[in-house]
Structures are given as C-alpha cells and as structure tokens.
Design a protein around this ligand. Sequence first.
Ligand code: ADP
Length: 426
Amino acid sequence: MLFQIGNEQEALQSICKILTEDDEFRLAWIGYCEDDRDRTIRPVAKAGDSYVLERLWNSRGKTETGEGLAGFAVGTGKPHWINDISTDPRAFGWGAAAMDAGYASCIALPLIAHNQQRGLIDLRGTLNLYSAEREFFDDTTVKHYMDLASCLTQAVVALRDDLANDLTSGVKSLRASEERRRAEDALQTARAELARASRLTMMGQIAASIAHEINQPLAAIAANGSAALRWLAKQTPDLEEARVAISSVVAEGHRAGQIIESVRAMFKQAPQAKMLLDVNELVREVLTLTRSEIQRHRVVVQTELMDGIPKALADRIQLQQVMLNLILNALEAMDAVTDRPRVLSIKSAIHDSKGVQIMVGDTGIGIEPQNMRRMFDSFFTTKHHGMGMGLSICRSIIETHGGSLSASSSDPHGTVFQMILPTSVE
Ligand code: ADP
C-alpha cells in the first residue's frame, strides 16, 4: 500500500488508523494546541476506541492545559510515557477512565515544527498512543515512535507549504506537486521505519536463541578442558583420556565458530547475491539457529528433505530470513495449542521441471478463511506486538527471486506455507 495524501486531515487520520489496526494500539489520537490562553489541546484525528477518548477528555478537563501527558509533550518538546497507568501518579484524574477502557500504557509524542524563515511555530501538537499492555514502552520503542512523529511533522509542514503556495500564487505550480511528493516521501519513510522495527523485533527474538546456542559449546569446552586437566594432574597422567577430552574441546570450538559464522552471514546487509543453493542445507542451517527457540515452544520438528534435490538460484541470506520468519510464525501459531502435538514440518521437493518447493507446516491455530489473502498485506497482523510486515517482506523477497509464496490451511489443523523457487537454467 502506498500512501496517497489528499490533505492534512487525511494524512493524520491514516496514521492513526495504521497505528490502531489489528490492535497495535487501542487508541491513537492527534491533538493540536489552540491559541487560547490555556493552550487547550483539541483532537483533530483519532482511531480506535474513540468513544473512550470522549470520556478521557471529560475526565481530564483542564489537565490538557499543560499538566497532562499531552501537555508535557507539547510543553517540553519531548515524549512522555507511562508504563503502568494503574500506579503512575501522573495518571491521576484520568487513569480510572483509561483503565476502564483497558489501557495500561500510553505515550504522548510532540509534533512541533518551527518555521525558520518566519520565526513562527508552524505546528504545535501531539500524537497520543494507548496500549493494552503494561510496560509497552522502552528506549527502543520510544525512539521508534519519536521517529514516526517527526516524519509525520515533516509531512504536515510540507502539506501546509503546499497549500500556502497554492493560495498565494493561485497556480498549481510544479513546486506544489514537489511538496506533495515530499510529504508522501516523509510518510513513506514512516512506513519504512515500521518495517525496520518489525525486523528488529524478529532479530531480538532470535538473539536470545543464538546466545543459548553458543552457550552450549562454551559449557562443553569448559567441562572438557577441566576434565583434561584432571587426567593430566593424576600421579600417572592418563594421556589417552586427556587427548579425548581435548579433541572434544576442539570440536566444540569449531561448532561455536560455525554458529557465529551463520549468524554473521544472516545479519550481513549484502545486496542480493544469487548463487546455486542447496535448499536442504538452508533448512538445516535455520533449524540449527532456531533449535532452542523450538524447544522453548515445546515443538517437535519433522523434516522430509528430498535427496538430490536440484539447487535453487537464490540469495542465501535473504532466504534464511524468509525461512526464519516462517518458522517463528509457526512456533507462535502453536503456542495456544494444548490438546494435540505441536509439530513443525518442513518438506522439500521438486515442483516442476523449473522449480523446487519448500513447505513449512504447523499444527497451530490456523488462519480464518477471510484472513488468508490479507495475511500477506503490509501491516496485517493479529498479534498484540505484531507489525504485520514479516510475510509481506517474505513474499517480496521470494517474488524478486522469480518464485512464489502462498499459504493454505492444512487438514485437520494448522497452516502450511509453500515457497516455490526457480532452479538454475542450464
Ligand atoms: P506478524 O507476525 O508481525 O503479525 P506477519 O506478516 O509475519 O506479521 O504475519 C501476519 C499475520 O499472519 C499474523 O499476525 C497471523 O495472523 C498470520 N500468520 C502468519 N503465520 C501464521 C501461521 N503459521 N499460522 C497462523 N497464522 C499465521
């Protein structure tokens, strides 16, 4: 989806809508300061449980004149957030209404722009977000939403410049369309920011898994090293036992090195570098990286990898990212399953004379038929912390490889993703 901005109101409304879609936030509203003595902040766009906004509004009363979070944000030009509305004294007066509405955390982000030439303030407002989760905000999320707020500020200023030009010149000059493009670019950047954050979350999730993965060979190295010392310290040193222990040290050291190498390859930002790739090897690599995550979710893995499968022409790192995303989604989809085995099945096979296929299936909660198409759309998510970017990034990666990625329901439970990749043309 590309942002098409008609006017300021539409731009503000579209941002609020994106932020509340699929429950990322329960409520998002944007307020502008009025020029009255109290500097009242009036909502100009809102999405989510907006009936609650009226309640919040009434119970907040005069606090918007500078005492509430929105007031702090405008007054200081800095973000202000509360991670537990039920206990934070700053929520006094409006916290009860917010808790009734199911909000637990909230943030107010300044939208402030100064006009350098005229020495005036062009924009003075706040973007306010309410989440149902406690402790929703930390340094990373605050920085991310601040970036979003500053892109939005730039977009609004660009749109206003555009309008001012139209009014004074009376002509829809070329400049005006450039300004509009600038505004669209700024919102486009906001969208890219969201995508980046989603990848960061994904990487964060596996960072823990990698740390665990590396800890295992390290622990084995320490244990075998001590054993070797003990064999050598005996009155008659047992050289054979010491040799066996030291061989394990070497092997485990190599294993740790391999893990680090695959992590390094995975995160390296390289331009697409297609090569002939053994998809079975790729599957095994990603399974190694996600092993502890798979165990943590108490999931059993079943693989059916076809022997001698033709190689695919693909960028290894990009395909690792796709596999990783599909596996992590599958694990999450099985979290709620308690009455049947949680099975992650991965198969590889020949698709036709020009392609190979990889299937990633789970026995998870499955997908509602009406969501089957939408799940590949940007920002479509049914998760609280989801960004809804994973599958859309995966599909675009596979499509730039000349392949396809699709999903279907599996019988009797769960979902299966099918990735088709072209093989080399010889
Ligand atoms: P996110 O994981 O951030 O929500 P994705 O684009 O990866 O973003 O996934 C979009 C949505 O597709 C998910 O929120 C979920 O509803 C659905 N989905 C993805 N993978 C699965 C799966 N294996 N089983 C059921 N639903 C899934």
